[in-house]
Write a protein that binds this ligand. Structure first.
Ligand code: SAH
Ligand code: SF4
Ligand code: F3S
Length: 430
């Protein structure tokens, strides 16, 4: 029995790709190893978004060689594979296969070939990936991802993604519907549609935009909850805001990265919106769906960011009030415009700003969650909790919630009263 192990780094799009590779391997008779040390095939699905992420790959690759019991076939996939395949071959000459994010469908074929030299495929062409991946699914959980769009045409000046995943490519409505049905047949109840710019989705053949796609798939029997990520503020349309009012399975939650509250910085980031436009989109979404919860991404210490620019970010956070958020120190990436900009910010200034922002965002999350005490929420149960009889689920607003019950099971939907809030989750009672 040949065993494989996939180590995943980075975003949800990589999680989806890892799942599809696992499906391909299992449908060809390989089995999943529970430990990395046990694997005959070791796959590193890499991420390149910040410099820490790709350093992690190289140190993990070094460690993989120290395993003396087996000499596994080593495969590097994902965004570092795409961007730095030459460096991987130089720094880790023992790597057998390198596949970019749009080339993972070559995995089985490459595994069947002799491994006397490193096999590389980094085409950046997403048009064949989905059609060529085998569609036998291995097991699925209650909540799963479904990639509907690959690549990104935006070219924000800090971002590596357009170089690692290529141009935007939307899958057809037909293909998405068919995959969604298959997921539901495998017990999935909540689906998160994925794309780096998910709301710029367009199927030109059927002339379906993102709001149209949501409308088409929302009535699929068995689909209880529909989510999507990541949206770009530029492409928030009135039709999408309306969809949040009119489509019952579409959850009242949106991850809408703003990155900065300063117009000067947004312009230099090439984000294609200013602060006022972002605030207008937030207001429009709230008008159609007053209880919609907002999440966001922030970058602090972008080149040239002054204290005043940073204060604009703080004031935007205070205006919007986020339910949750992610924030990062700017990390210069190769080939991107911002890496060459003057006035790069000192590491200690970045750390200080990050600390200030994260304290504020954490307090907002606590305040957001605290409003739920005493309220009833609908919970989709996703997994067992840490202790006996405990179950962990998710509210429509994206909060994790722990409940106790001996009668309910994974996949059930129940109504719980929120009795307590912890920093990152709620406690509920049936
Ligand atoms: N497509 C999405 C997210 C892409 S990457 C969007 O446009 O919002 C996820 C997040 O990583 C980004 O939102 C950004 O906040 C952060 N990020 C991307 N490049 C970065 C860099 N060079 N340094 C620090 N953070 C970065
Ligand atoms: Fe990167 Fe910008 Fe594209 Fe998002 S929209 S993936 S941040 S280039
Ligand atoms: Fe990382 Fe690539 Fe995703 S760089 S964040 S794995 S698109």
């Amino acid at each position: 029995m040949i065993k494989f192990y996939i180590k995943n780094y980075g975003c949800q799009m990589n999680i989806y790709d890892s799942q599809r590779m696992a499906d391909a391997l299992t449908s060809s008779g390989y089995t999943a190893a529970s430990e990395q040390e046990d694997a005959d095939i070791l796959i590193f699905n890499s991420c390149s978004i910040r410099s820490k992420a790709d350093e992690k790959l190289f140190s993990d690759l070094g460690r993989a060689r120290q395993n003396t019991t087996k000499v596994p076939v080593i495969v590097v996939t994902g965004c570092v594979a795409q961007l730095q395949h030459e460096e991987i071959m130089r720094r880790a000459p023992f790597v057998n296969i390198i596949l970019g994010p749009q080339d993972i469908h070559h995995l089985l074929h490459y595994l069947s070939m002799p491994h006397d030299k490193c096999l590389v495929s980094v085409s950046l062409d997403a048009t064949k990936k989905f059609a060529c991946l085998p569609d036998n699914y291995s097991s699925r959980t209650i909540s799963e991802f479904l990639t509907i769009q690959e690549g990104c045409n935006k070219c924000c000046t800090y971002c590596i993604v357009p170089y690692t995943r290529g141009r935007e490519f939307s899958r057809s409505v037909k293909e998405i519907v068919s995959e969604l049905r298959k997921l539901i047949d495998h017990g999935v109840k909540e689906v998160t549609l994925l794309g780096q710019n998910v709301n710029s989705y367009i199927d030109e053949d059927s002339n379906t935009d993102f709001a149209g796609l949501l409308e088409t798939i929302a009535t699929t029997p068995g689909l209880l909850r529909l989510r999507y990520t990541t949206s770009h503020p530029k492409h928030i349309t009135e039709a999408l805001a309306r969809a949040h009012r009119d489509i019952p399975v579409l959850m009242p939650f949106i991850h809408l990265p703003v990155q900065s509250g300063s117009d000067i910085i947004l312009k230099r980031m090439n984000r294609h919106y200013d602060r006022a436009e972002y605030m207008d989109k937030v207001a429009m979404l709230r008008e159609y769906r007053p209880d919609i919860a907002f999440s966001s991404d922030f970058i602090v210490g972008f080149p040239g960011e002054t204290d005043e620019n940073f204060q604009d970010t703080i004031s935007l956070v205070n205006e919007v009030k986020f339910a949750q958020a992610y924030s990062f120190k700017y990390s210069p990436r190769p080939r991107t415009g911002a890496a060459l900009m003057p006035n790069q910010i000192d590491e200690d200034v970045k750390s200080e700003r990050l600390q200030t922002l994260q304290t504020l965002l954490e307090n907002q999350q606590k305040e957001y969650n605290a409003q739920f005490i005493g309220r009833q929420v609908e919970v989709l149960i996703l997994k067992p909790g840490r202790y006996d009889k405990q179950l962990v689920g998710r509210t429509p607003y994206g909060q994790a919630i722990t409940i106790e019950s001996k009668d309910l099971s994974i996949g059930d939907v129940c109504t719980a009263t929120v009795v307590n809030v912890e920093p990152h989750s709620l406690m509920g009672q049936i």
